[in-house]
Design a protein around this ligand. Structure first.
Ligand SMILES: CC(C)(COP(=O)(O)OP(=O)(O)OC[C@H]1O[C@@H](n2cnc3c(N)ncnc32)[C@H](O)[C@@H]1OP(=O)(O)O)[C@@H](O)C(=O)NCCC(=O)NCCS
Length: 463
């Protein structure tokens, strides 16, 4: 085990050096310090470019290929930490001390036992549901496991809400800007200081519960889809080890366990992506964290968010052989079709997550000779696609190129790839919500009305 960890550490330290070397010419990040609200920014459709809040949780630098959680770069965290430590870091702001980590792990283990939720879940036709559909349902049922959270006296009071819906102003009225925003925050800071929008301890417990619970539900769904009964988590396995064990029914090898752990670390947070934003929007209404995470799962289920890693595996199967890679790529590019697992909206350098997962796939395939052929096709695809689009168009492999390959090597079905994304991202979702509600303001963008104003009302017979 120690040798494995050392080898993996070495691999990650090497890719980190490569990453810094490759982008050292890129200018350093332009941090603006604490922003002064309102911020002037150029906004595109879908809120592209809009700045909605401040955050100390994570930072993505697309030009340099950096991913930073709470000030720590992802390479250091992957080389030296575990998902338990990293999820604690995201939620609490600091890496845990030993006693804190022990306590946190104990809680995660305790909360991974979902007797009531699984009993209820198995009352539904899970075997006929998609894995994401079953996970979404499971997350809703999870809400009832800690029933006190749903008691009326535990719910936040309306008076704690610090922001109004902008519809109270005529839509033509421009936002009042700094004065208006500061006014809202001032009320919060002075009068509401003791009475937090969320009861902090209760919400934290719910975050732990969700981080542990989502994994157990995924394990149960996988087992049910294979006509088996869900498995109890084991106290002798790590979070990643348990997740693999509950999914496959087999105790993972040290390499498998560590690689799953790293994959969980790499997917835990990634800025204001659609699912994170969606959890924050729901939580900003003071809906509880279970509802908020449910919306994150729903957002992730869409093909434009989760799912590209499944498409990568399908492409590799379709290509079929190393010899067929070149003609396949050429045909695809000539038809202006995209190659799944390449390119990224934010990264215009090699995605740091793919940098880590690539060599780990290489390490893992040595334990799994049955996947050598698939892996060779993947390597050839990376080489050919990079030659066609890499340096010139700044299109590199993204995290999804290797995550699906790694999950396949770990014996995980394609349909669980997106749920596994949720198992990790739930740490980011809960952390971002937790941070945001401290200075909550209900999200309320506007639409530009391009419809008519002078329609004459017609009775139903005349329509
Ligand atoms: C992720 C993605 C949506 C980012 O897109 P984007 O930054 O908005 O870039 P665009 O879609 O506007 O594409 C810009 C150019 O790069 C090309 N391009 C981008 N990704 C490409 C890919 N994977 N394969 C081939 N060409 C690609 C586009 O065809 C376009 O070319 P053009 O300028 O000649 O028309 C895009 O790269 C993509 O669809 N990738 C495949 C799906 C995927 O792997 N998704 C997971 C992301 S983590």
């Amino acid at each position: 085990m120690k040798d494995v960890l050392k080898k993996i550490q070495e691999i990650i330290n090497n890719v980190a050096k490569e990453a810094y070397q490759d982008t050292k010419e890129e200018p350093p990040p332009q941090f603006g310090g604490t922003p002064k609200w309102p911020i002037n920014c150029t906004v595109g459709p879908g809120l592209e470019g809009a700045i909605a809040c401040e955050s100390k949780i994570g930072y993505v630098n697309g030009a340099k290929g950096w991913l930073v959680y709470r000030g720590y770069n992802i390479f250091d965290l992957c080389a030296n930490s575990t998902f338990e430590e990293v999820s604690y870091l995201l939620l609490h702001g600091d890496l845990p001390k030993q006693t804190e980590l022990d306590q946190y792990k104990k809680k995660l283990f305790e909360y991974s036992h979902l007797n009531k939720t699984l009993r209820q879940l198995m009352g539904f036709p899970v075997e006929e549901m998609s894995a994401m559909g079953a996970l979404r349902l499971g997350a809703d049922l999870l809400r009832q496991e800690l029933t006190s959270y749903d008691r009326v006296d535990d719910l936040p009071k309306t008076i704690d809400a610090i922001s109004s819906d902008e519809d109270s102003f005529a839509m033509e009225t421009p936002p009042k800007g700094a004065k208006h925003a500061t006014f809202e925050f001032k009320i919060h800071k002075s009068k509401q200081r003791r009475k937090r929008v969320f009861a902090r301890e209760t919400a934290l417990e719910s975050c732990y519960h969700l981080i542990a619970g989502v994994s157990t539900i995924i394990g149960a769904v996988s087992r049910i889809h294979h006509s088996s009964m869900p498995l109890e988590p084991r106290s002798d396995l790590s979070f990643a080890g348990n997740l693999l064990y509950m999914i496959t029914g087999k105790e993972p090898s040290p390499v498998e366990e560590k690689i799953m752990d790293i994959s969980l670390i790499l997917h835990a947070d990634h800025g204001m992506n659609a699912s994170t934003f969606s959890t924050m929007v729901v939580a900003s209404t003071l809906a509880d964290i279970y509802f908020a995470v449910g919306s994150g799962i729903a957002a992730l289920s869409g093909a434009l968010h989760g799912g590209a890693n499944e498409a990568v595996i399908n492409s590799l199967k379709e290509i079929g052989s190393v010899e067929n890679v070149k003609p396949w790529v050429e045909k695809r590019l000539s038809k202006k079709k995209k190659i799944s697992g390449f390119g990224h909206r934010v990264y215009k350098a090699y995605d740091p997550r793919a940098r880590v997962l690539g060599p780990l796939a290489d390490l893992l395939v040595k334990e799994k000779p049955e996947f050598t052929h698939l892996y060779q096709v993947a390597q050839e695809l990376e080489k050919t696609a990079m030659a066609a689009m890499g340096k010139e168009k700044k299109i590199f492999p993204n995290v999804d190129f290797y995550s699906g390959i790694i999950y396949t090597f770990l014996g995980i079905d394609d349909e669980l790839f997106t749920p596994l994304f949720a198992a990790s991202r739930v740490a980011g979702w809960t952390s971002r919500v937790f941070e945001y509600v401290e200075n909550n303001r209900i999200f309320r963008p506007r639409a530009v009305y391009i419809g008519d104003f002078d329609q004459k009302y017609k009775s139903i017979e005349k329509r």
